[in-house]
Design a protein around this ligand. Structure first.
Ligand code: ADP
Ligand code: ZN
Length: 731
């Protein structure tokens, strides 16, 4: 990275903008000069756009026509390590730099003066009547001396509703003021709510603390079954990072559902962390972005894009549930947050903790090779035990058609209901039925825009395309043969399963957890809390329930179709299925009551099912690693997917064929190209899709070769070419 320089007024500077241009633009430094890394506003044609001073100008443009930077924005300049990170990600993912800059500046109003906001501090008056709630507010303020807080922060810290604070304002005991600035977040106290750790946990925490204290780069894989205390352990690493005066970032896969986690953080450090995800208001986003850069935020809990926040001194990144597929960003800049977290940490001398009960094969292999330190928590904390696992062989069950709960499973559910415990039925399919079939002509209703079948959602009274989201009312006549009342649902979704449950257990209180049934993340959160408190007897859920919620009364997990994930040609089908089944099963028996997980399957002898039942994880990983190594696929080889899409199907295949023929740059590094083939979903939103797959050896310089390869042919205007390095899903 170029070193940071100061440019005097009028000096030529090269500016990276967020506009899709393939080069830096020269400008003159503004009045007062500017630094390398400064965020600036520059004129571009008739517009003003956001830019970043990248270095000295190139001077290859008519100096008389070079315009001036309009102004330097009031934000901390981007640090050299952040610029290096953006460059490296761009290089790895083949992303143009303007798109990287957009990703790194996703906060509104960066340039504008921060708007006014209401803040609260201790006033002189004493309230006439001191309720416990009011006492807590005043105590929270007393704890922090002269600091001010937003309404929400103060209410949260005191554990009261905002109206209590407002009441104190009326009495003059709390002052409400306008503050023109983005406020620093309340200080966290690393020693506030530390727990006494058990031996396993203490050993892992001590190791992580040492690594953090060492001040260099390193990655650890923290493995342990659900409930073993991984969170407690990595919060100790966060605490050590805070003690050293550095910043920490915790990435979570389902951030919208992280209320439970945020409460824990607050209990551990005495004040709330900064949040960064799509559910955060624009004002809070800007505050987070700025405070991270100025050092006014010590801990950020965020979604994957939080990796691109301008931390002043990032010392630790935790990637919780590191195997989760949602860490792969599939739109726009296509990157894997876990891998980019490791990259960022290696640049800024930070530690990475990858936490999971069922690590990805990639991380498992890296740990085996000694690249990652492996820390293992072997048992559940306290009295909780891993559930017993058993298969229900569906070949031996007497089940009428259009029924999915076997007598054996139904019996097990009944036993739980009698004891007042909860049962979870897991089916990873939203809606009522995956297929709607005409019994007269055999037609299956598909989406007009996509090569996908419409899924009946009875709750919404509509057919919905799960690819593009398009929906329409459920028709009465077949769209193909116009026969009346002959349309029939085929196969189960969670809504249909709910019908069956209501018939089987009319007395039971039933809750369905599926993302589409809730208007907002908040509504979903509330429902989860209710269920955890015992507000339901039977829970039906999609993969949403696999992720870190605690249902203390849950003692039975029934997997409706354990074979579902084993189908398909996806490289990671076995791995995913294994992870999901283990995770879902881990929901049972989190307290004293021992749990049991029952897997309905038509192929109990399948190696993946057998590995799940045996609980022999190491054997599973080893077998899976051997197979992938033999096939020289990731993590033992490299893949890149190329998706071509266009409204014109001929164009897609012509272009793809031409690319495949001109494969010399790929052959030069020993790589091979396969395809073009129709993508598994051959049409989405009216665009036809073809796929090429490039396969290379592990050490091959793939990115450079790909760049040369695609640069050979000009991409037609209507055609989109998207390169996906290390593709995770194949659709
Ligand atoms: P994981 O992250 O591995 O799923 P958690 O850290 O969430 O596990 O721990 C599971 C539960 O056990 C949580 O409620 C947690 O607070 C509790 N727990 C774990 N370790 C301890 C400890 N040392 N002291 C007190 N409670 C603990
Ligand atoms: Zn569609």
């Amino acid at each position: 990275m170029d070193e940071v320089k100061f440019f005097d007024e009028g000096a030529l500077v090269a500016v990276l903008t967020t506009q899709p241009l393939d080069r830096l633009l020269d400008y003159k430094a503004p009045e007062g000069g500017c630094l390398t890394g400064a965020f600036v506003e520059v004129p571009l044609g008739p517009r003003k756009v956001l830019g970043l001073v990248w270095g000295p100008g190139r001077g290859d443009f008519d100096i008389n026509r070079v315009r001036s930077v309009i102004r330097v924005l009031d934000a901390a300049p981007m640090r050299p390590e952040m610029r290096e990170f953006l460059l490296r990600v761009a290089d790895y993912t083949l992303t143009p730099m303007p798109a990287m800059l957009r990703l790194a500046t996703r906060a509104p109003g960066l340039g504008g003066a921060p708007s006014m906001r209401k803040v609260y501090r201790r006033g002189a008056a004493e309230p006439d009547r001191l309720t416990p709630a009011r006492k807590r507010v005043l105590a929270a303020l007393a704890d922090y001396g002269d600091l001010t807080f937003t309404l929400r922060e103060l209410a949260e810290m005191a554990g009261v509703s905002p109206s209590v604070v407002k009441g104190l304002v009326k009495l003059g005991a709390v002052l409400e003021e306008d503050s023109p600035r983005d406020l620093p977040y309340p200080r966290l106290d690393p020693d506030y709510g530390a727990k006494v750790l058990n031996d396993d946990q203490a050993a892992a925490a001590a190791l992580l603390r040492d690594k953090v204290a060492g001040g260099g780069y390193g990655t650890s894989l923290l493995k342990g079954v659900t409930g073993s205390g991984k969170t407690e352990v990595y919060l100790e690493a966060v605490a050590e990072t805070l003690r050293r005066g550095r910043q920490a970032l915790v990435l979570l896969p389902e951030i919208a559902l992280s209320a439970e986690f945020l409460t824990r953080v607050q209990a551990r450090f005495g004040a709330p962390a900064a949040e960064w995800h799509s559910g955060v208001t624009m004002t809070e986003r800007r505050r987070c972005w700025r405070m991270v850069g100025e050092g006014g935020a010590q801990l950020v809990v965020g979604a994957r894009s939080a990796l691109f926040l301008p931390f002043r001194d990032l010392g630790l990144i935790v990637v919780d549930e590191e195997h989760d597929t949602s860490y792969k960003q599939e739109d726009g800049v296509v990157y894997h947050a876990r891998d980019m977290a490791v990259l960022r940490a290696s640049i800024c001398a930070a530690q990475v903790v990858l936490a999971s009960a069922t690590p990805s094969l990639e991380s498992w292999v890296n740990a085996r090779a000694g690249k990652y330190e492996k820390l293992e928590l072997t048992s559940r904390f306290g009295a909780a035990r891993m559930p017993g696992m058993a298969a229900i062989d569906m070949r031996g069950e007497d089940l009428p058609s259009n029924r999915w709960i076997s007598p054996t499973l139904a019996e097990a559910v009944r036993a739980r209901l009698e004891k007042g415990e909860q049962a979870l039925l897991f089916l990873n399919r939203r809606g009522y039925a995956p297929v709607t079939l005409c019994r007269a002509c055999g037609h299956q209703i598909g989406c007009d825009q996509c090569d996908a079948r419409m899924v009946e959602h009875r709750f919404l009274k509509r057919l919905v395309c799960h690819q593009c989201g398009d929906s329409r009312p459920i028709p009465e006549t077949c769209p193909s043969c116009e026969a009346r009342d002959r349309l029939a649902p085929v196969g189960p979704g969670v809504e249909r399963l709910a019908e069956e449950v209501s018939e089987l257990f009319p007395e039971a209180r039933l809750a369905v957890l599926s993302s589409d049934l809730f208007a907002s993340a908040r509504a979903l959160k509330e429902q989860i809390v209710k269920i955890a408190e015992g507000g339901a007897d039977i829970i039906i859920g999609t993969q949403l329930v696999a992720k870190g919620h605690n249902f203390p009364r849950l003692t039975l997990v029934g997997v409706i179709d354990a074979d579902l994930g084993l189908q398909g040609s996806d490289l990671r089908a076995a791995e995913r299925s294994f992870q999901l089944m283990r995770q879902v099963s881990g929901r049972a028996g989190r307290t004293e009551n021992p749990g049991v997980a029952l897997l309905q399957t038509w192929q109990p002898e399948h190696p993946v099912i057998r590995a799940i039942l045996a609980g022999d994880e190491e054997a599973f990983w080893q077998a899976e690693a051997r197979e992938r190594e033999a096939a020289r696929v990731p993590p033992f080889g490299r893949l890149a997917g190329v998706i071509l899409s266009s409204p014109d199907v001929q164009e897609v295949f012509d272009f793809g064929g031409e690319l495949a023929r001109r494969d010399a740059p790929l052959r030069a590094i020993g790589a091979r190209v396969y395809g073009p083939a129709p993508a598994p979903i051959a049409r989405i939103r009216g665009r036809h899709r073809a796929r090429l797959l490039v396969k290379a050896d592990k050490g091959a310089p793939l990115q450079g070769a790909l760049r040369k390869w695609v640069a050979q042919i000009e991409v037609p205007r209507n055609l989109r070419l998207q390169i996906d390095i290390d593709p995770q899903s194949f659709y």
